[in-house]
Every structure is written in C-alpha cells, then in structure tokens.
Design a protein around this ligand. Sequence first.
Ligand SMILES: Nc1ncnc2c1ncn2[C@@H]1O[C@H](COP(=O)(O)OP(=O)(O)O)[C@@H](O)[C@H]1O
Ligand SMILES: [Mg+2]
Length: 245
Amino acid sequence: MGKVTVITSGKGGTGKSTVTAGLGAALVRRGGRVLLIDCDAGMRGIDLMLGVSGELVFDIADIINGNCSPASAIYPCKTLPELYILPAPQNVRDELSPSVMRQLTRVLKGYYDHILIDCPAGIGSGFETAVAPADRAVLVANAEPLSVRSCNKVRAKLQYCSVNDISLIINRFNERKFRRMDVYEDLDAVIDEAGARLLGVVPDDGTAASASQKGLPVEGRMKASFAFDRIAARLDGKDVPLLIE
Ligand SMILES: Nc1ncnc2c1ncn2[C@@H]1O[C@H](COP(=O)(O)OP(=O)(O)O)[C@@H](O)[C@H]1O
Ligand SMILES: [Mg+2]
C-alpha cells in the first residue's frame, strides 16, 4: 500500500511543483513506483515538468466524470520509468471534492509505493481536496518572512483536516542571500517560526529549475538533486543526516 504525501505551502511560488517532481524522481531512483497527482486545478504544471504535456488527453476530472478509466488518465514520464502523473483538470470549475479525492486515492494506493499530491497555493477548497487522502504533509517554504509565516496558517488547517504528520522543506536556499537579508539569526529561527520539523533544505539551483521547466529530470550532479535524494531517503524512513549545502 502506497504512502500518500501532500506537498503544500501557504504562499504561492515557493516551489511545490518543482519539489513534487524532484522528490518523485528521487523516490523512483530509490527503487519505488511513484504517482504524482496534480491537484492544482486550472494551474497544472507537473505535466510540463515531466515532459508529457503534449500528450495529455484525459485528466483527473475525466476519471470522476466517467469519461475514462483511471489508467487512461495516468501518464508515464518519458525519461524515468516508474514515475507517473495524473494531471489536474484544466478548468477550476472541474475541481474535485475531498470525498471523491479520498475514494480515488484509496484505489490508486494499491498500485504505487508513493503517491505525491501537488497542492494548490492557499488554504481554500482546492487545498481541502488535495489534503483529504494524505497520510502526511510536507510544507514547502522559502527562508523569508512572508513564506515562513504562512506555514503556521497551513499547519493549523492541515491539523483541522486531520493531517498531523507535518514536516518542512526549505526550498531555494541561498546562504549568502539569507545572511544579506538579515531577518533570521539562522535556519533554526526559520524552523521555529514555521513550527514544523525540518525534512530538508533544497538549494537555490538555477540549473535544476531550468531542467524542470523544460520537462527534463532533476538528476545527476545538480545540487537540488542531491538534496532531493536525501529527502526521499528520509521519506522512506531512513535516518539520513541533515546537510545544508
Ligand atoms: N530549488 C530551486 N532553485 C531554483 N529555482 C527554483 C527552485 N524551486 C523552484 N524554483 C523556481 O521557482 C518558481 C516557482 O516554482 P514552482 O515549483 O512552480 O512553485 P509552486 O508550485 O509553489 O507555485 C519556478 O520558476 C521554479 O523553476
Ligand atoms: Mg505549482
């Protein structure tokens, strides 16, 4: 039975989709079979990051509306076998309900080791649908006040939705910029304010971001790839030291 992890953030643009795709690839490199569910109705992006956007015919709304079987709306990533994506609807009006999302995920869990759900920004109805089937949540924040402060709101909402296993990824970290900003004493202060245990720190990595935007995998010697590998090991329950590069 696959473990379901929702990737969330309060503030938009912190890197949820990039982290979802990067972590998915890293979990596959560990030998897993992984499904990414894009829940960002109207703003989907994971298909682009996996290089399959030109092939999409069906999406998650088509499964629910009975237009296709679940298997027909799940697309394999071209560059990485065992990584799959279920795209979000193109229109916001096709947003699903939490109970439907729970039912669908219950079925899909049988076929994958991990399901990662890419959540829309904010804590509206799309959020409730995306977190409904989750066993655990990962908050993606940047080390800056607006982003960190929003983690508290999301954490409270996650707990309201009965998701209590919550951890934090600090994404796009750049030590020099962090020091220059001079808001936080150190990363511990960021973690304290976000109020969740640290799962990992992903460096600001233009090479990885550009690969991801072109539908290429974040892998090999890219700095972000090393971080994703360690975070994936931790998600798999391994005791890997926290390194900040
Ligand atoms: N670790 C990173 N290093 C550099 N750029 C990143 C990183 N993570 C995300 N980005 C960039 O930040 C922007 C927002 O990322 P995205 O994953 O779309 O965020 P969200 O899904 O939270 O809206 C994109 O341009 C993406 O390429
Ligand atoms: Mg996104």
